[in-house]
Design a protein around this ligand. Structure first.
Ligand code: T3D
Length: 289
């Protein structure tokens, strides 16, 4: 992965100074957060562009996997705290003026209008998603990464639930994701203390799929995305839905959901192709989405 703060490891079809770089390699759409001077922190502009880019990838039937990463030394430092949409009022010493009632800015509105639609869009993508975490992922940046289907991180990357340090609760799905990924005890430790969790520990805790050498991250993430792109997309996406749903289901209801999904998939091209290819000892060509 690139450590040059001005470049990305992947090609892009948009201007180099755009906050979101968009590229395509085969059937993989690559989205690169590109505000390296602010560690790719989310502005409302970047959040909007990201959502539009995910919508485009979802609509484009040639896209069979999405790979998301960051330019420069960080993946994403979460919400840009200098964004005028949320920046609190300070006095000249950088302190909130106790004599002046701060003008209220409802952070919940920011979540309603930007983060919630983005997190829902990511989690409902009709193709698998891979995140290549190339450096620190903090706050909403960490939870956006963890919302992807497969998360790979470079060995120098880290995950920080930075919210408690600024008086907030984990958002962008953090409360839901953390408890499911690492259990309540570790979720509480991450969320309350806000300490940095190195990528190797994130892997051993089960927070992410894999920690790889920094130099291998871009190629490993692309290899993973290309591999996913060749697999039966509809089955992969329904697997995501079934695994997520299973956390709230009784065992028997999970069995019934599996049967319902198999009923649908069993009539689809990809299953017929997969079974036929296996029996005739050839490679399958999947195309359902
Ligand atoms: O409105 C709401 O807040 C609701 C939404 C909440 C969602 C959230 O994501 S809340 C959490 C927001 N994020 C944070 O609190 C993390 C803040 N950043 C950090 O703690 C540190 O920057 C890191 C641990 C991520 C990295 O530390 P380090 O030492 O490697 O880098 P640095 O020197 O702190 O940062 C480098 C530059 O990026 C620096 O700018 P400068 O001084 O070189 O001009 C720094 O200000 C800028 N930067 C880093 N994080 C943010 C940021 N600028 C704006 N917003 C940021 N979040």
């Amino acid at each position: 992965m690139s450590t040059d703060p001005t470049t990305s490891a992947f090609p892009s079809t948009v201007a180099d100074d755009s906050p979101l770089l968009i590229g395509t390699e085969g059937a993989v759409r690559v989205l690169t957060l590109n505000r390296p001077q602010a560690l790719n922190a989310f502005t409302t502009g970047l959040l909007s562009q990201l959502r539009v880019a995910l919508d485009d990838a979802a609509r484009d039937t040639a896209v069979r996997a999405v790979l998301i990463t960051g330019a420069g030394r960080a993946f994403c430092a979460g919400q840009d705290l200098s964004d005028p949409h949320i920046k609190p009022e300070f006095d000249e010493h950088g302190a909130v003026d106790p004599h002046r009632k701060p003008k209220a800015k409802d952070i919940g509105n920011l979540l309603d209008h930007y983060y919630i639609p983005l997190a829902l869009r990511l989690r409902s993508m009709p193709v698998p998603t891979v995140c290549a975490v190339n450096g620190v992922a903090a706050g909403a940046g960490a939870n956006f990464a963890l919302g992807c289907d497969l998360v790979l991180a470079g060995q120098s990357a880290s995950f920080i639930q930075a919210f408690s340090k600024i008086g907030l609760v984990p958002d962008c799905g953090g409360t839901w994701l953390l408890t499911r990924l690492v259990g309540r005890a570790r979720a509480m430790q991450l969320a309350l203390l806000g300490d940095k969790l190195p990528a190797a520990d994130a892997q051993s805790w089960g927070l992410i799929a894999r920690c790889v050498a920094d130099a291998d991250l871009a190629s490993e993430a692309m290899l993973t995305a290309q591999k996913l792109a060749k697999l039966p997309t509809a089955a992969l996406v329904q697997t995501r839905q079934a695994l997520d749903a299973s956390m709230d289901l009784e065992f028997e209801d999970a069995l019934k959901l599996e049967a319902k999904l198999q009923s649908q998939l069993g009539y689809a091209h990809d299953y017929l192709e997969g079974a036929a290819a296996f029996l005739s000892k050839r490679a399958p060509v999947f195309k359902d989405r």
